[in-house]
Design a protein. Sequence first.
Length: 183
Amino acid sequence: MARIVGISGSLTQPSRTKALVEEITASASQKLHAPAEIIDIAQIATVLGSTISYNNFPESLTQIYNKVQEADLLVIASPVYKASYTGLLKHFFDLLDPKVLVGKVAILAATGGSDQHALVVDYQLRTLASFFNVYTTPTAIYAKDTEFTDYKLTSESISKRVEVAVEQALFLLKQESPQSLVA
């Protein structure tokens, strides 16, 4: 059975980013008949921010990182702050051994106030996933604040993008992962 883990890089609660991650993971969970878990950076911000070495994790972070390492499908999302993804999301990935995500599949997403921030997904999140040798879906998801009502996604076009990205992720998950080819 596939394992799905969504990572919401938002620092606030409630969060449009977390709502988008929930939408994507729910769709993937339904299609894969697999449970999904969500890691909410806002909930672990204090312990994450004070952790500076991947050789000495607090137990709560060890459990979270184990879930990420065991996942087959990741959903990685962040709100756009100052033209980039959040610093704590970057820190979350900085603490990961670069080899533990090799061959995994990810759907990338972001939220922001205007279309000006849409390229963050392709120019920053895709680059981050590439560093870890993660296969990413060709379709990324960017949703503006106006596409949510009361922290719930209400945009038909974004919902369609979610479905396309999930279908692409399913396709990638069915492929043989040539992990031995990646150093």
